[in-house]
Design a protein around this ligand. Structure first.
Ligand code: ATP
Ligand code: MG
Length: 137
């Protein structure tokens, strides 16, 4: 069993896709262990995406991520990190495979519906970022 962090991003929350996306997680044996609807401040979004500081899209990305409610969740399952990334599809929905969450619900490379941790270490950091000291279900 492995844990990963996903975020249903502000674009997908605003478009009413929380249920559609959770349905995909649940039908793929990814169990929700924690969930929290948050309205991130710009500073909190910058802290979460600190690895991207200095990149051309950093300011725009962190403004977007703090533009409205988002839903971080801890998901658990076999090979959860890699399987979530596969279910999400490519960062740019134009390159995402049919049936992936980003192909279905993302607008563009920035407003791309979901986040998923990309490795064990980033999953640990990201889970602690949103769920510090919480006993997961
Ligand atoms: P995430 O980290 O959100 O799961 P990812 O790992 O597929 O997505 P990253 O390269 O880590 O992609 O980029 C983080 C986020 O920054 C992307 O999901 C997207 O919202 C935004 N982003 C990435 N590249 C660009 C870009 N070239 N222009 C605008 N926004 C971008
Ligand atoms: Mg990433």
């Amino acid at each position: 069993m492995e844990r990963t962090l996903t975020i249903i991003k502000p674009d997908a929350v605003a478009a009413g896709h929380i249920g559609d996306i959770i349905k995909i997680f649940e039908s793929n044996q990814l169990t929700i262990k924690a969930a929290r609807l948050v309205s991130l401040t710009k500073k909190e979004a910058e802290g979460f995406y600190a690895v991207h500081r200095g990149k051309g899209f950093f300011d725009s990305l962190t403004s977007f991520m703090s533009s409205g409610p988002a839903l971080p969740m801890v998901l658990e399952g076999d090979d959860a990190i890699a399987r979530l990334r596969k279910l999400m599809g490519a960062t740019n929905p134009a390159n995402a495979e049919e049936g992936t969450i980003r192909k279905l619900y993302a607008q563009d490379i920035e407003h791309n519906a979901v986040h998923g941790s990309d490795a064990t270490e980033t999953a640990a950091f990201e889970i602690a970022y949103f769920f510090p000291g919480i006993d997961l279900a």
